[in-house]
Design a protein around this ligand. Structure first.
Ligand SMILES: Nc1ncnc2c1ncn2[C@@H]1O[C@H](COP(=O)(O)OP(=O)(O)OP(=O)(O)O)[C@@H](O)[C@H]1O
Length: 526
């Protein structure tokens, strides 16, 4: 499919999220949209997918003008979209999900699941998807759920696929597999619009790159351009990609975790007798492939897990058994993994979201009354400091772009004195300019002597921030190693070797055991 957008504008009130955008996607090419948080990428894709009516402009497919009144029209024209948050019904099977809403699979008004199963098998075999049509979606790993979304589009004969930050939730292995899938789709003539903040992937997979800033196209970039160049094109200024920081040994022990164990509903330990310490003024980075106990570790500390045993002592006080609210009130800042469900309340204003962690205390409330002037002043200051892209503090959090929601969470959590700061995937979906800023903020917290735990699936982030690095595998702690430990050693530990074994294996294979001192690019953008 040849897709041409000319002069596309989309206004919300008097704010233009897209301002006269031109875009040409050639058949069988991967066209990447690059732009900072809030630049207008998702808005443009929602226009293309018929979810928003454009304020102005034209869409042409194979040189003919088209108008979409809804996603049904876009799909009928051959456009498929894989959203950041999957649109699947978790308790349905793959075949049921794929058949839903697809007119072709109806026979006499009844869903023809047999035909759908056959189509899924054909597509799955063709692209090596390894998707079982009868598997229940909620039992599938994220990467496989994403393939179900791609199958859904292909069954509907999409020949242009929109992939909006498809790798944000994938493991490195799943990301590699997705890259292979994209290459195969492309070889088959499918056009792809790809959105990602990870410049490494963008460089590897793109044929063309269009850069958008504040709703406008600011230029085309060459995929062979170096990451620094792409980063500065995107944010409109030079990005200083290295923190140039010193590692810290911390001071006294602040957090002591002993034998922490979480048992899931099936009686299986998802966190298995983990013991560790975090000192004041150090960042403990927790590395591991997603699903190896990192979420449980953090949620157990925050009082969010059931069937939890062991001990979590902060400054000598036991946290286990206390409510999450009590834990937050004891000075723990928390950035949850899933910002849209656990980090912000979508229907609340940005201003209210910025005080959620202290809504019942001075200065936010006095004598049971919310102090509206304070809430407004606080919002103005945080929006400025964290460069949260919005037209008004009274807009709801759900009106913000994904990366800007994440900035709201961090701004809120940094707005009081902390005894412990815990962040899960703090820069997921965040653009490089903001990663630079957020990493500096986390480091500044450490330098105020706060103990910090950062959980990240991005090895670049772990290496960038960690004074020490803990690696979890199948819920067990494989060891804690110094912050300059090489990715080779970390990779071995993430696959189940203990620290000693990993160092020995790396040495025997003549691999590096420590990183060189060259600056690392944050957030996997090397
Ligand atoms: N429904 C809406 N009402 C008002 N403003 C909106 C609405 N949807 C998006 N916006 C604004 O439009 C701008 C563009 O948002 P969009 O989600 O397109 O950005 P993005 O480039 O996809 O960002 P990210 O990389 O963070 O996902 C943002 O400033 C956002 O706040």
């Amino acid at each position: 499919m040849k897709l041409e957008l000319t002069g596309i504008s989309k206004a919300f009130g008097d704010f233009y999220a897209n301002d006269s955008i031109d875009l040409l996607v050639e058949p069988g090419k991967v066209h990447t949209l690059l732009g900072e948080n809030g630049a207008g990428k998702s808005t443009l894709m929602n226009v293309l997918y018929g979810l928003y009516e454009p304020t102005a402009g034209q869409i042409r497919i194979d040189d003919s003008p088209v108008q979409f009144r809804g996603p049904g029209d876009a799909m009928a024209a051959g456009i498929g979209m894989v959203h950041q948050h999957f649109m699947l019904v978790p308790v349905f099977t793959v075949a049921e999900n794929v058949a839903l809403g697809d007119e072709h699979t109806k026979a006499g008004g009844i869903l023809d699941l047999e035909q759908t199963r056959r189509r899924i098998r054909e597509i799955s075999d063709k692209y090596g998807f390894h998707v079982d049509p009868d598997a229940v979606v909620e039992d599938l790993p994220v990467g496989v759920q994403q393939r179900v979304e791609i199958i859904k589009a292909l069954v509907r004969k999409a020949d242009l696929l929109i992939l909006d930050e498809p790798t944000a939730v994938l493991t490195p292995k799943e990301t590699d597999e997705l890259m292979d899938i994209i290459r195969q789709l492309k070889a088959d003539g499918t056009s792809i619009i790809f959105i990602s903040h990870k410049l490494r992937e963008v460089k590897a997979i793109s044929d063309d790159i269009t850069v958008i800033r504040r709703g406008k196209v600011v230029g085309q970039a060459d995929p062979s351009a170096d990451a620094m160049e792409l980063a500065s094109l995107m944010v409109g200024r030079a990005v200083d990609l290295s923190l140039g920081r010193q590692h810290s040994d911390g001071t006294e022990v602040a957090l002591t975790i002993e034998d922490l164990t979480v048992i899931d509903g099936l009686g299986v330990p998802t966190l298995d007798h983990v013991s560790l310490e975090v000192r004041k003024g150090e960042i403990l980075a927790v590395a591991g492939v997603q699903g190896n106990g990192q979420t449980e570790l953090v949620e157990a500390i925050m009082g969010l897990t059931e069937r939890t045993t062991g001990s979590v002592r902060l400054g000598g006080q036991e946290l286990l058994g206390r409510s999450t609210k009590e834990i937050i009130n004891s000075g723990v800042g928390y950035v949850p993994e899933d910002r849209s469900t656990d980090g912000v309340i979508g229907d609340f204003s940005i201003a209210d979201n910025l005080v959620l962690n202290r809504y019942d205390r001075a200065p936010v409330a006095k004598g049971g009354t919310l102090q509206l002037p304070f809430i407004a002043e606080n919002a103005a200051a945080k929006i400025d400091e964290f460069d949260i892209r919005t037209q008004s503090a009274q807009h709801t959090a759900s009106q913000l772009s994904g990366g800007n929601q994440q900035k709201v969470v961090l701004a809120r959590e940094f707005s009081r004195d902390l005894n412990l700061f815990i962040a899960s995937q703090p820069t997921r979906g965040v653009d490089v300019g903001s990663i630079e800023f957020l990493h500096r903020r986390i480091l500044a917290e450490r330098d105020k002597d706060v103990p910090v735990i950062v959980v990240s699936t991005e090895l670049d982030e772990v290496a960038e921030l960690g004074d020490r690095i803990a690696v979890l595998f199948h819920g067990r702690l494989m060891g804690i190693v110094p912050g300059n430990t090489s990715r080779d050693v970390l990779g071995l530990m993430m696959a189940g070797s203990t620290a000693d074994e990993a160092f020995a294996e790396a040495e025997a294979a003549h691999l590096n055991t420590t990183e060189h001192d060259e600056p690392q690019l944050p957030g996997g953008i090397a």
